[in-house]
Design a protein around this ligand. Structure first.
Ligand code: SAH
Length: 352
């Protein structure tokens, strides 16, 4: 298995932050078969509430209808983790919209061999096909789901010094600043010491995917955490055993993420030819999809089956996803789609 150390440069020379992060994330997911859940390092909406994957499955079904119900349709997920979201989505659409279930073909983009096995166990009989990246997805109309995927993609960090910018590198577990290497466009004005983050990987992915959706049809839904508007700040964070850790100290052994720059992702999507809807606060988006009503139904049937504790957990889990002080405000939903599609479910403009 690819450890962090085995993929590194030979010398102890400082390594650019995005290269360090790419190696650290790849090593982390390759060597941790199950980082999720209460026993793991972190948890996600998919693991917190069954209604989350169900609502996203129904969102995909409604979007498919708006596309003219193409058959076959590629239903792809980026970074499926344990496969829970897709399993909940497939079960929900199998019941509510069997024609969609019959038309869809499941494709999963996952780098970690260990997580591919976990996903295969979660999705028996789904016919899922795995990919290293989007490039090998078959052509055709597609609906793409990605929850907490973009936050794992590598970022660069630039620091304002005088009238210019330096770039952060990592050496012996600490940041060092060096002259910026071939930097992307950066703001002309910034306070001294301000940190500007740029994820070239996330922008390239959004633009490439948008170009595909604009020519072949479809929509991509990204749910992740980050501000709606661009701003300065260092958002690199590490999680271990549900707590925060030093992002540079134990590469490959902690979950490393950064806030998603939704304005940049939307702009990259438009540059690729797609329409961008959102970002919306996740709480608002999920409430519009009926997450709380679905959770109430699940809780009632758990209570009727004598599982009162479980019913309480279903309701508190769903509440956590929509509450502003939980994941409802920091997390956002953004959709990139074919420009001829109407605003997808949940993204309709407010009626006056
Ligand atoms: N979507 C899941 C888990 C998100 S964790 C959920 O909702 O629970 C991030 C996921 O992205 C993991 O499955 C990880 O292995 C995968 N991943 C990280 N970097 C990736 C990359 N560059 N390409 C493909 N998958 C990646």
């Amino acid at each position: 298995m690819a450890s962090f150390e085995s993929t590194g440069p030979d010398s102890a020379a400082p390594e650019r932050l995005d290269r360090f992060m790419a190696r650290a994330v790849a090593a982390y997911y390759a060597t941790r078969p199950d980082p999720f859940g209460a026993q793991g390092d972190f948890t996600t909406a998919s693991e917190i509430a069954q209604a989350f994957g169900e609502c996203l499955g129904l969102w995909a079904a409604v979007t498919w209808q708006a596309m003219g119900a193409p058959d076959p349709l590629i239903l792809a997920e980026l970074g499926p983790g344990r496969g829970t979201l897709m399993a909940d989505a497939l079960r929900a659409v199998g019941r509510a919209m069997p024609a969609f279930r019959a038309a869809l073909r499941v494709h999963l983009v996952e780098v970690s061999p260990a997580l591919r096995q976990v996903q295969a166990r979660a999705l028996p009989g789904s016919g899922a096909i795995w990919h290293d990246d989007l490039a090998t997805l078959p052509p055709g109309p597609a609906i793409v789901l990605a929850n907490e995927f973009l936050d794992a993609l590598p970022i660069r960090q630039f620091v304002r010094r005088g009238a210019g910018w330096t770039e952060r590198f990592v050496a012996s577990g600490a940041f060092v600043e060096r002259p910026a290497e071939d930097p992307p466009p950066l703001p002309a004005e910034a306070p001294e010491g301000a940190v500007q983050e740029v994820s070239e990987a996330a922008r390239a992915l959004a633009q490439g995917l948008a170009a595909r959706l604009a020519t072949q049809g479809g929509a991509a839904l990204f749910l992740d955490y980050g501000p709606a508007d661009p701003g300065f700040g260092d958002s690199l964070q590490a999680m271990r055993a549900q707590g925060s850790a030093d992002p540079l100290a134990a590469p490959g052994r902690v979950d490393l993420t950064a806030h998603v720059d939704f304005a940049a992702i939307a702009a990259a999507g438009r540059a690729g030819g797609a329409a961008a809807h959102g970002p919306l606060p996740q709480g608002l988006f999920l409430q519009r999809l009926g997450l709380m009503s679905r959770a109430a139904i699940l809780a009632r049937s758990a209570a009727a089956a004598g599982r009162r504790d479980h019913a309480g957990l279903i309701l508190s889990g769903a509440e956590r996803l929509v509450a502003a002080e939980g994941m409802g405000r920091l997390f956002k939903a953004l959709c990139l789609c074919h420009p001829a599609l109407p605003p997808p479910a949940g993204f309709e403009p407010e009626s006056p």
